[in-house]
Design a protein around this ligand. Structure first.
Ligand SMILES: *Cc1c(COP(=O)(O)O)cnc(C)c1O
Length: 401
Protein backbone atom coordinates (compact mmCIF):
# COMPACT_ATOMS: atom_id res chain seq x y z
CA UNK A 1 0.00 0.00 0.00
CA UNK A 2 1.41 3.44 -0.95
CA UNK A 3 0.27 6.60 0.77
CA UNK A 4 0.56 10.24 -0.03
CA UNK A 5 2.00 11.64 3.17
CA UNK A 6 3.69 14.86 4.10
CA UNK A 7 7.20 13.53 4.26
CA UNK A 8 9.66 12.65 1.56
CA UNK A 9 10.07 9.27 -0.10
CA UNK A 10 12.35 6.94 1.82
CA UNK A 11 16.02 7.28 1.05
CA UNK A 12 17.17 4.35 -1.11
CA UNK A 13 19.61 1.79 0.34
CA UNK A 14 22.50 4.22 0.17
CA UNK A 15 24.01 3.50 3.54
CA UNK A 16 21.45 5.37 5.64
CA UNK A 17 21.84 3.91 9.13
CA UNK A 18 25.12 2.35 8.15
CA UNK A 19 28.38 3.56 9.69
CA UNK A 20 28.63 7.25 10.50
CA UNK A 21 31.12 9.35 8.53
CA UNK A 22 34.58 10.11 9.92
CA UNK A 23 34.67 11.12 13.61
CA UNK A 24 31.18 9.83 14.19
CA UNK A 25 29.28 12.34 12.03
CA UNK A 26 25.66 11.85 11.08
CA UNK A 27 25.20 14.77 8.70
CA UNK A 28 26.11 17.83 10.76
CA UNK A 29 25.48 16.03 14.06
CA UNK A 30 27.52 13.73 16.30
CA UNK A 31 31.26 14.06 16.84
CA UNK A 32 33.44 13.73 19.91
CA UNK A 33 33.31 16.92 21.99
CA UNK A 34 35.14 15.76 25.06
CA UNK A 35 38.22 16.63 27.14
CA UNK A 36 41.54 15.33 25.83
CA UNK A 37 41.72 12.27 28.08
CA UNK A 38 38.19 11.19 27.16
CA UNK A 39 38.87 11.66 23.46
CA UNK A 40 41.62 9.06 23.87
CA UNK A 41 39.33 6.76 25.91
CA UNK A 42 36.60 7.07 23.26
CA UNK A 43 39.16 6.23 20.59
CA UNK A 44 40.00 3.03 22.48
CA UNK A 45 36.33 2.09 22.80
CA UNK A 46 35.88 2.76 19.08
CA UNK A 47 38.82 0.57 18.14
CA UNK A 48 37.74 -2.26 20.46
CA UNK A 49 34.15 -2.11 19.22
CA UNK A 50 35.18 -2.19 15.54
CA UNK A 51 37.32 -5.27 16.17
CA UNK A 52 34.69 -7.01 18.26
CA UNK A 53 31.82 -6.31 15.89
CA UNK A 54 33.49 -8.17 13.01
CA UNK A 55 34.71 -10.99 15.28
CA UNK A 56 32.40 -14.04 15.06
CA UNK A 57 33.62 -15.06 18.52
CA UNK A 58 32.32 -11.84 20.08
CA UNK A 59 29.09 -11.85 18.07
CA UNK A 60 28.47 -15.48 19.04
CA UNK A 61 29.12 -14.84 22.74
CA UNK A 62 26.77 -11.84 22.72
CA UNK A 63 24.07 -13.74 20.83
CA UNK A 64 24.28 -16.50 23.41
CA UNK A 65 24.00 -14.08 26.35
CA UNK A 66 21.00 -12.43 24.70
CA UNK A 67 19.39 -15.84 24.26
CA UNK A 68 20.13 -17.60 27.55
CA UNK A 69 20.17 -14.61 29.89
CA UNK A 70 17.99 -11.91 28.32
CA UNK A 71 15.38 -14.20 26.74
CA UNK A 72 15.78 -13.32 23.05
CA UNK A 73 14.32 -13.55 20.51
CA UNK A 74 11.34 -11.58 21.78
CA UNK A 75 7.98 -12.33 20.13
CA UNK A 76 6.11 -10.28 17.57
CA UNK A 77 2.57 -10.07 18.94
CA UNK A 78 -0.40 -9.14 16.74
CA UNK A 79 -2.59 -6.75 18.75
CA UNK A 80 -5.81 -8.30 17.49
CA UNK A 81 -8.60 -6.58 19.39
CA UNK A 82 -6.97 -3.16 19.30
CA UNK A 83 -6.21 -3.52 15.57
CA UNK A 84 -9.83 -4.22 14.87
CA UNK A 85 -10.94 -1.17 16.82
CA UNK A 86 -8.41 1.09 15.10
CA UNK A 87 -8.84 -0.25 11.57
CA UNK A 88 -5.12 -0.94 11.14
CA UNK A 89 -2.99 -4.08 11.56
CA UNK A 90 -0.85 -3.46 14.64
CA UNK A 91 2.06 -5.73 15.59
CA UNK A 92 4.06 -5.30 18.79
CA UNK A 93 7.76 -6.10 19.11
CA UNK A 94 7.88 -7.29 22.70
CA UNK A 95 11.00 -5.84 24.35
CA UNK A 96 8.93 -5.79 27.55
CA UNK A 97 9.46 -9.56 27.73
CA UNK A 98 13.26 -9.37 28.07
CA UNK A 99 15.02 -9.97 31.38
CA UNK A 100 14.83 -6.74 33.46
CA UNK A 101 11.83 -5.70 31.39
CA UNK A 102 13.10 -3.35 28.70
CA UNK A 103 15.33 -3.11 25.64
CA UNK A 104 18.12 -1.56 27.76
CA UNK A 105 19.52 -5.03 28.49
CA UNK A 106 20.50 -5.48 24.78
CA UNK A 107 22.91 -2.55 24.88
CA UNK A 108 24.20 -3.21 28.36
CA UNK A 109 25.12 -6.84 27.68
CA UNK A 110 26.97 -5.71 24.55
CA UNK A 111 28.94 -3.02 26.35
CA UNK A 112 29.67 -5.23 29.38
CA UNK A 113 31.03 -7.95 27.11
CA UNK A 114 33.12 -5.35 25.29
CA UNK A 115 34.46 -4.04 28.61
CA UNK A 116 35.54 -7.56 29.57
CA UNK A 117 37.28 -7.93 26.22
CA UNK A 118 39.09 -4.62 26.83
CA UNK A 119 40.31 -5.88 30.21
CA UNK A 120 38.21 -3.40 32.18
CA UNK A 121 37.01 -4.50 35.61
CA UNK A 122 34.34 -1.87 36.27
CA UNK A 123 31.35 -0.29 34.54
CA UNK A 124 30.43 3.36 35.12
CA UNK A 125 26.88 4.40 34.24
CA UNK A 126 24.46 7.28 34.61
CA UNK A 127 20.82 6.69 35.34
CA UNK A 128 17.66 8.79 35.54
CA UNK A 129 14.78 6.71 36.84
CA UNK A 130 17.14 3.82 37.45
CA UNK A 131 16.22 1.57 34.51
CA UNK A 132 19.63 1.80 32.83
CA UNK A 133 21.32 1.60 36.22
CA UNK A 134 19.51 -1.63 37.06
CA UNK A 135 20.35 -3.11 33.64
CA UNK A 136 24.03 -2.14 34.06
CA UNK A 137 24.16 -3.59 37.57
CA UNK A 138 22.60 -6.78 36.19
CA UNK A 139 25.14 -7.15 33.38
CA UNK A 140 28.02 -6.36 35.74
CA UNK A 141 26.90 -9.04 38.20
CA UNK A 142 26.53 -11.56 35.38
CA UNK A 143 30.03 -10.94 34.02
CA UNK A 144 31.81 -10.42 37.35
CA UNK A 145 32.42 -6.67 36.91
CA UNK A 146 31.99 -3.88 39.44
CA UNK A 147 29.38 -1.23 38.76
CA UNK A 148 29.34 2.42 39.81
CA UNK A 149 26.10 4.22 38.98
CA UNK A 150 25.67 8.01 39.13
CA UNK A 151 22.19 9.20 39.95
CA UNK A 152 20.78 12.63 40.72
CA UNK A 153 19.78 13.16 44.35
CA UNK A 154 16.23 14.05 43.33
CA UNK A 155 15.91 10.88 41.26
CA UNK A 156 17.27 8.84 44.17
CA UNK A 157 14.41 10.15 46.31
CA UNK A 158 11.82 9.54 43.58
CA UNK A 159 13.08 6.06 42.63
CA UNK A 160 14.01 4.47 45.94
CA UNK A 161 13.05 0.99 44.80
CA UNK A 162 15.41 0.99 41.81
CA UNK A 163 18.22 2.30 44.03
CA UNK A 164 17.63 -0.67 46.31
CA UNK A 165 17.59 -3.04 43.31
CA UNK A 166 20.97 -1.77 42.12
CA UNK A 167 22.43 -2.21 45.61
CA UNK A 168 20.97 -5.74 45.81
CA UNK A 169 22.79 -6.49 42.56
CA UNK A 170 26.03 -5.28 44.12
CA UNK A 171 26.33 -1.87 42.44
CA UNK A 172 27.55 1.29 44.13
CA UNK A 173 25.07 4.16 43.68
CA UNK A 174 26.61 7.64 43.91
CA UNK A 175 24.23 10.57 44.55
CA UNK A 176 24.79 13.64 42.35
CA UNK A 177 24.05 16.91 44.14
CA UNK A 178 24.87 19.43 41.41
CA UNK A 179 22.49 21.36 39.14
CA UNK A 180 18.94 20.08 38.92
CA UNK A 181 20.10 16.81 40.59
CA UNK A 182 18.62 14.70 37.78
CA UNK A 183 19.76 12.73 34.70
CA UNK A 184 21.57 15.56 32.90
CA UNK A 185 23.76 16.20 35.93
CA UNK A 186 24.28 12.49 36.62
CA UNK A 187 25.57 12.10 33.04
CA UNK A 188 27.99 15.03 33.41
CA UNK A 189 29.24 13.61 36.70
CA UNK A 190 29.71 10.10 35.27
CA UNK A 191 31.79 11.51 32.41
CA UNK A 192 33.86 13.58 34.85
CA UNK A 193 34.47 10.48 36.96
CA UNK A 194 35.49 8.45 33.89
CA UNK A 195 38.29 10.99 33.19
CA UNK A 196 40.12 9.72 36.26
CA UNK A 197 39.32 6.05 35.72
CA UNK A 198 39.72 5.30 32.00
CA UNK A 199 42.44 2.74 32.68
CA UNK A 200 40.28 0.24 34.52
CA UNK A 201 36.70 1.35 33.80
CA UNK A 202 34.33 1.42 30.87
CA UNK A 203 31.66 4.10 30.64
CA UNK A 204 28.44 2.33 29.71
CA UNK A 205 26.12 4.97 28.19
CA UNK A 206 22.43 4.05 28.15
CA UNK A 207 21.23 5.50 24.85
CA UNK A 208 22.35 6.63 21.39
CA UNK A 209 23.85 9.82 22.81
CA UNK A 210 27.29 10.97 23.98
CA UNK A 211 30.59 11.21 22.12
CA UNK A 212 31.53 9.00 19.15
CA UNK A 213 31.44 5.95 19.04
CA UNK A 214 28.52 5.69 21.51
CA UNK A 215 25.59 6.77 19.28
CA UNK A 216 26.69 4.31 16.59
CA UNK A 217 27.76 1.50 18.95
CA UNK A 218 24.59 1.62 21.05
CA UNK A 219 22.46 1.60 17.88
CA UNK A 220 24.35 -1.46 16.67
CA UNK A 221 23.76 -3.22 20.01
CA UNK A 222 20.04 -2.36 19.72
CA UNK A 223 19.86 -3.38 16.04
CA UNK A 224 18.86 -6.84 17.24
CA UNK A 225 15.35 -5.44 17.79
CA UNK A 226 15.00 -4.32 14.17
CA UNK A 227 16.73 -7.32 12.65
CA UNK A 228 14.56 -9.78 14.55
CA UNK A 229 11.41 -7.80 13.77
CA UNK A 230 12.32 -7.66 10.06
CA UNK A 231 12.50 -11.45 9.90
CA UNK A 232 9.33 -11.87 11.94
CA UNK A 233 7.45 -9.40 9.72
CA UNK A 234 8.65 -11.23 6.60
CA UNK A 235 7.21 -14.45 8.01
CA UNK A 236 3.95 -13.10 9.46
CA UNK A 237 2.80 -10.00 7.58
CA UNK A 238 0.88 -10.35 4.33
CA UNK A 239 3.00 -7.52 2.92
CA UNK A 240 6.28 -8.79 4.38
CA UNK A 241 7.35 -5.27 5.36
CA UNK A 242 5.09 -3.06 7.51
CA UNK A 243 3.86 0.24 6.10
CA UNK A 244 4.87 2.04 9.30
CA UNK A 245 7.53 1.40 11.92
CA UNK A 246 6.91 3.27 15.18
CA UNK A 247 8.91 3.61 18.39
CA UNK A 248 9.18 6.02 21.31
CA UNK A 249 12.22 8.30 21.51
CA UNK A 250 14.01 9.45 24.66
CA UNK A 251 17.67 9.50 23.67
CA UNK A 252 16.48 7.27 20.87
CA UNK A 253 18.05 3.82 21.32
CA UNK A 254 15.03 1.53 20.98
CA UNK A 255 13.87 3.58 18.00
CA UNK A 256 17.32 3.55 16.36
CA UNK A 257 17.66 -0.21 16.83
CA UNK A 258 14.21 -0.77 15.40
CA UNK A 259 14.63 1.66 12.48
CA UNK A 260 18.00 0.08 11.56
CA UNK A 261 16.23 -3.14 10.58
CA UNK A 262 13.97 -1.26 8.14
CA UNK A 263 16.13 1.61 6.87
CA UNK A 264 16.47 -0.01 3.43
CA UNK A 265 12.75 -0.77 3.05
CA UNK A 266 9.87 1.51 2.00
CA UNK A 267 8.52 1.48 5.59
CA UNK A 268 7.73 4.93 7.02
CA UNK A 269 9.68 5.51 10.23
CA UNK A 270 8.00 7.42 13.05
CA UNK A 271 9.68 8.44 16.33
CA UNK A 272 7.35 9.48 19.13
CA UNK A 273 8.63 11.93 21.73
CA UNK A 274 7.12 13.23 24.95
CA UNK A 275 5.56 16.66 24.59
CA UNK A 276 7.95 17.93 27.28
CA UNK A 277 11.05 16.16 25.94
CA UNK A 278 10.80 16.77 22.22
CA UNK A 279 14.47 17.08 21.26
CA UNK A 280 13.99 15.97 17.66
CA UNK A 281 10.67 17.75 17.08
CA UNK A 282 11.56 21.02 18.80
CA UNK A 283 15.23 21.05 19.80
CA UNK A 284 17.92 23.42 18.53
CA UNK A 285 21.50 22.73 17.56
CA UNK A 286 23.81 22.48 20.53
CA UNK A 287 26.53 20.46 22.21
CA UNK A 288 25.94 18.41 25.34
CA UNK A 289 27.60 15.35 26.84
CA UNK A 290 30.23 15.16 24.13
CA UNK A 291 28.00 15.37 21.10
CA UNK A 292 26.46 17.87 18.68
CA UNK A 293 22.75 17.34 18.32
CA UNK A 294 19.33 18.87 18.92
CA UNK A 295 18.57 20.00 22.46
CA UNK A 296 15.80 21.92 24.20
CA UNK A 297 17.27 25.34 25.01
CA UNK A 298 16.18 28.69 26.36
CA UNK A 299 16.87 31.96 24.53
CA UNK A 300 20.38 32.12 25.98
CA UNK A 301 21.23 28.68 24.66
CA UNK A 302 21.06 27.09 28.12
CA UNK A 303 19.84 23.50 27.96
CA UNK A 304 16.46 23.38 29.66
CA UNK A 305 15.00 20.53 31.69
CA UNK A 306 12.73 18.00 30.05
CA UNK A 307 9.38 17.24 31.63
CA UNK A 308 7.62 13.91 31.17
CA UNK A 309 5.74 11.41 33.28
CA UNK A 310 7.77 8.75 31.47
CA UNK A 311 11.20 8.88 33.10
CA UNK A 312 12.91 7.33 30.06
CA UNK A 313 11.70 10.18 27.84
CA UNK A 314 12.78 12.84 30.32
CA UNK A 315 15.93 13.87 28.40
CA UNK A 316 16.30 17.36 26.89
CA UNK A 317 17.91 16.13 23.67
CA UNK A 318 17.96 13.38 21.11
CA UNK A 319 20.72 11.22 19.63
CA UNK A 320 22.58 12.73 16.64
CA UNK A 321 21.43 10.07 14.17
CA UNK A 322 17.78 10.93 14.82
CA UNK A 323 18.55 14.60 14.19
CA UNK A 324 20.07 13.52 10.88
CA UNK A 325 17.18 11.20 9.93
CA UNK A 326 14.83 14.09 10.63
CA UNK A 327 16.81 16.42 8.33
CA UNK A 328 16.87 13.75 5.60
CA UNK A 329 13.12 13.30 5.89
CA UNK A 330 13.73 9.57 6.33
CA UNK A 331 12.05 9.54 9.73
CA UNK A 332 9.37 11.76 11.13
CA UNK A 333 9.18 12.87 14.79
CA UNK A 334 5.92 13.58 16.55
CA UNK A 335 4.92 14.33 20.14
CA UNK A 336 2.39 12.97 22.58
CA UNK A 337 1.18 14.35 25.94
CA UNK A 338 1.28 12.61 29.32
CA UNK A 339 -2.50 12.24 29.25
CA UNK A 340 -2.52 10.63 25.81
CA UNK A 341 0.15 8.17 26.97
CA UNK A 342 -1.80 7.24 30.10
CA UNK A 343 -4.91 6.66 27.97
CA UNK A 344 -2.96 4.46 25.59
CA UNK A 345 -1.47 2.41 28.45
CA UNK A 346 -4.92 1.70 29.86
CA UNK A 347 -6.30 0.88 26.43
CA UNK A 348 -3.54 -1.65 25.69
CA UNK A 349 -4.00 -3.23 29.11
CA UNK A 350 -7.72 -3.68 28.52
CA UNK A 351 -7.66 -4.81 24.89
CA UNK A 352 -4.53 -6.97 24.81
CA UNK A 353 -3.74 -7.79 28.43
CA UNK A 354 -0.41 -5.97 28.26
CA UNK A 355 0.51 -3.16 30.65
CA UNK A 356 3.19 -1.16 28.79
CA UNK A 357 5.84 1.16 30.19
CA UNK A 358 4.70 4.78 29.97
CA UNK A 359 7.53 5.38 27.46
CA UNK A 360 6.17 2.71 25.11
CA UNK A 361 2.64 4.00 25.69
CA UNK A 362 3.73 7.22 23.93
CA UNK A 363 4.38 5.28 20.72
CA UNK A 364 0.99 3.62 21.02
CA UNK A 365 -0.74 6.93 21.75
CA UNK A 366 0.46 8.25 18.39
CA UNK A 367 -0.78 5.11 16.61
CA UNK A 368 -4.21 5.54 18.21
CA UNK A 369 -4.38 9.27 17.40
CA UNK A 370 -3.11 8.80 13.83
CA UNK A 371 -5.58 5.99 13.17
CA UNK A 372 -8.39 8.27 14.45
CA UNK A 373 -7.37 11.26 12.34
CA UNK A 374 -6.63 9.22 9.20
CA UNK A 375 -2.95 10.22 9.29
CA UNK A 376 -2.53 6.46 9.42
CA UNK A 377 -4.65 5.21 6.50
CA UNK A 378 -7.14 2.43 7.22
CA UNK A 379 -5.70 -1.00 6.56
CA UNK A 380 -2.07 0.04 7.14
CA UNK A 381 0.26 -2.46 8.75
CA UNK A 382 2.11 -0.99 11.71
CA UNK A 383 5.06 -2.40 13.61
CA UNK A 384 5.48 -0.78 17.02
CA UNK A 385 8.28 -1.48 19.45
CA UNK A 386 6.97 -2.03 22.95
CA UNK A 387 10.18 -0.91 24.67
CA UNK A 388 9.33 -2.00 28.20
CA UNK A 389 6.82 -3.34 30.67
CA UNK A 390 4.66 -1.17 32.88
CA UNK A 391 5.43 -2.60 36.32
CA UNK A 392 7.76 0.30 37.14
CA UNK A 393 4.96 2.81 36.45
CA UNK A 394 2.20 1.19 38.47
CA UNK A 395 2.65 3.43 41.52
CA UNK A 396 2.72 6.56 39.31
CA UNK A 397 -0.48 5.46 37.61
CA UNK A 398 -2.07 4.56 40.92
CA UNK A 399 -1.66 8.18 42.06
CA UNK A 400 -3.28 9.51 38.89
CA UNK A 401 -6.11 7.14 38.04
C1 LIG B 1 14.99 4.17 28.83
C2 LIG B 1 13.72 3.78 28.20
C3 LIG B 1 13.26 4.40 27.01
C4 LIG B 1 13.95 5.55 26.35
O1 LIG B 1 15.24 5.31 25.89
P1 LIG B 1 15.63 5.24 24.34
O2 LIG B 1 17.10 5.32 24.36
O3 LIG B 1 14.98 6.40 23.66
O4 LIG B 1 15.13 3.96 23.82
C5 LIG B 1 12.10 3.92 26.44
N1 LIG B 1 11.39 2.91 26.99
C6 LIG B 1 11.80 2.31 28.13
C7 LIG B 1 10.96 1.20 28.68
C8 LIG B 1 12.96 2.71 28.77
O5 LIG B 1 13.35 2.12 29.91
Amino acid sequence: MRHLLPWREPVPPDGTMGEPRARGRFGEYGGRYAPESLVEACREVDEAFREAWVDPGFRGALARLLAVHAGRPTPLTPAGRLSEALGVQLYLKREDLTHTGSHKINNVLGQALLATRMGRRRLIAETGAGQHGVATATAAALLGLEATVFMGERDIERQALNVFRMRMLGAEVIPVTTGSRTLKDATSEAMRHWVGATGDSHYCIGSVVGPDPYPWMVREFQRVIGDEARGQCAAELPTGVPDYVVACVGGGSNAAGTFAGFADTPARLVGVEAEGGAGAARGRLGVLHGCRSLFLQDDDGQITEAQSLAAGLDYPGVGPEHAHLRDLGRARYVTVTDDEAIGAAVRLARTEGILPALESAHALAWVIRAADTGDLPAGSTVLMTLSGRGDKDVSTLKELL
